[in-house]
Design a protein around this ligand. Sequence first.
Ligand code: SAM
Length: 260
Amino acid sequence: TSFGYKQVREDEKSKLVGNVFSSVASSYDLMNDLMSVGLHRLWKDRLVSKLNPFPGMKHLDVAGGTGDVAFRVLDRIKSVGHRAMQGTLTATEEDTHIYVCDINPNMLNVGKKRAAERGYSEEHCLSWIQGDAEALSFEDGSMDGYTIAFGIRNVTHIEKVLSEAHRVLKRGGRFLCLELSHVDAPVFKEIYDVYSFSVIPTVGELVTGDRQSYQYLVESIRRFPEQEKFAQMIQEAGFERVEYENLVGGVVAIHSGLKL
Ligand code: SAM
């Protein structure tokens, strides 16, 4: 069965992930808000504040089809840029470039649509690129920053994603990953287990009519490496000063590392 703790076969996994995101792309925003009771917005804010974006930066947001992280990076750069206008700053806002990479064109389309709604459609600093996190099309040492939010859990080879992140970053570049992680506080863990095993699939079914996809998502959280183990994998990919921050007791964690 695919719902036990058994490993899902790799080809099945890619197919399942593809189905999950094709079927939920349209109700994606609603489900994000429902499942996280709106908290995913704050978690993404935190991710981007840790990134510390700056005008002129080249940034890659992987698995970022909906643009949620990219829009935050851009908004922050704009506010930094305006404050810096009075001071001296060589890098200009126009040099800024944010690349959104996602394997699924449906998700990229959701993102593009939202960019247009937000008035970003005319901006040259935002690119939407279909691609696989495990084999990026970007050049070595070309990015100042790399983010992946709720994306690495579903890939087939986490190690490949991490080594690609390391490859495309410049020296001094920062890697940041926001992902659903592991809770270990006793009582909270029990509550969270009930929530994720019962509430999420039920709400998912009610909203999208697709219980199986949400059941799969919950299983994928269980299979994902724990905080310490994932930090070790990031280190093994070549990153330094690797650390992580738990949010809501480990419901999500933000891992970070530097390419030095
Ligand atoms: N980052 C966005 C956010 O936080 O709202 C989207 C997260 S969504 C849960 C996961 C995304 O990962 C989907 O858009 C999916 O298409 C994408 N994805 C899955 N496997 C991928 C891969 N191998 N390479 C790139 N993107 C992938």
